[in-house]
Design a binder for this molecule. Structure first.
Ligand code: ZN
Length: 328
């Protein structure tokens, strides 16, 4: 499909996050022309399109690229997105309800606009760039404030009847556990999401478990993972609980879809070995319980993505390329 685009044309991939909007500019052959991020203005849904266009303008200026070369836009949104209608139905962390985002963007910049949920877009980016080699079936999981996944089956990303496929953050892994923003109790996200890990460590510190973490509770999930790696008891308890919750969720998903690989991205995974070590231990605990569990959870199940890989913006670039191809 890229063959139809002029070689000098460029694609803008926009990854909207709760704190920043990152833009990657790339060629039709996915040659990288650079990335630039600006802060997100939360709220103001009526100005959502203007924010996207301003972020693209800022990226072009910062990267020394003439904006007229941009021929299509892709947008990943952290929320419930209708990719066909080009609308956002709900993006809680952005303070958006219904937003006709494609229409808003095109009113300012009349170009083809492709859009999707950010994690599904990122999964498409991992698939199309073959970051997991020739695998055509895998799970891409983003662990940050929330937890969500893109399910790649037979070399395409599943959306589901209500566009909710991949919402593994709301698998209940501890019935009666911490209450989740979705209203259920014991969701994966309420135990292993970044704020949840920090909150669970905070309550361990408050109940007097030995810890070098700030007794006032002013610490982040990244600090909990770092402290856990040094053997801090309260931090380790929170990290172990999160790892077991993730392992349980992965075993559940793999019993249904038999994924040979799970790629993990998102801010929490940036903790590196402090995150992946306990996760592997928790998977080993499940593998040891039965030959079936050991088969559906192969030893090389968890695949780190290349360091610094920005799956979100690359996914958005792919959305732009698909939108451009449809419009030709
Ligand atoms: Zn939930």
């Amino acid at each position: 499909m890229s063959a139809r685009l002029a070689p000098e044309s460029l694609l803008a991939g926009v990854d909207i996050g709760g704190t920043s909007i990152a833009v990657r500019i790339a060629g039709p052959d996915l040659a990288d022309h650079g990335r630039h991020a600006v802060p997100t203005i939360v709220g103001e849904p009526e100005a959502a399109g203007a924010q996207v266009v301003a972020a693209i303008d800022a990226a072009c200026a910062a990267l020394g690229i003439e904006r007229a070369r941009v021929v299509a836009i892709g947008i990943g949104v952290p929320g419930h997105v209708d990719p066909v209608a080009g609308t956002v139905r709900m993006a809680v962390n952005l303070g958006w309800g219904q937003v006709a985002l494609r229409e808003q963007v095109q009113a300012l910049l009349p170009l083809p606009v492709g859009m999707d949920n950010d994690v599904r877009g990122a999964a498409e980016g991992v698939r199309a760039r073959r970051l997991l080699g020739d695998l055509t079936d895998f799970l891409y999981v983003a662990i940050g404030t929330g937890i969500a996944a893109g399910l790649v089956v037979d070399d395409r990303v599943l959306r589901g009847a209500h566009l909710f496929a991949g919402e593994i953050g709301h698998l209940v892994v501890e019935p009666g556990g911490p209450r989740c923003n979705c209203g259920q109790e014991g969701c994966l996200e309420a135990i292993a999401g970044g704020p949840a890990v920090a909150a669970i460590a905070r309550s361990a510190v408050a109940t007097g478990m030995p810890s070098r973490l700030d007794p006032g509770g002013a610490f982040t999930a990244a600090e909990v993972y770092a402290a856990s790696a040094t053997g801090d008891p309260a931090a380790r308890a929170a990290v172990t609980r999160a790892a077991r919750a993730l392992a349980r969720a992965f075993a559940t998903v793999d019993a249904v879809l038999d994924f040979p690989a799970i790629a993990i991205g998102g801010g929490v995974a940036a903790a590196g070995p402090a995150f992946f070590g306990p996760l592997e231990e928790a998977l080993d605990e499940i593998r040891a319980t039965s030959p079936f569990a050991a088969t559906i959870l192969p030893a090389d199940l968890i695949r780190p993505l290349p360091a610094g890989d920005d799956a979100g913006t690359w996914g958005a670039v792919l959305l732009a390329r698909a939108a451009a191809a449809e419009s030709v």
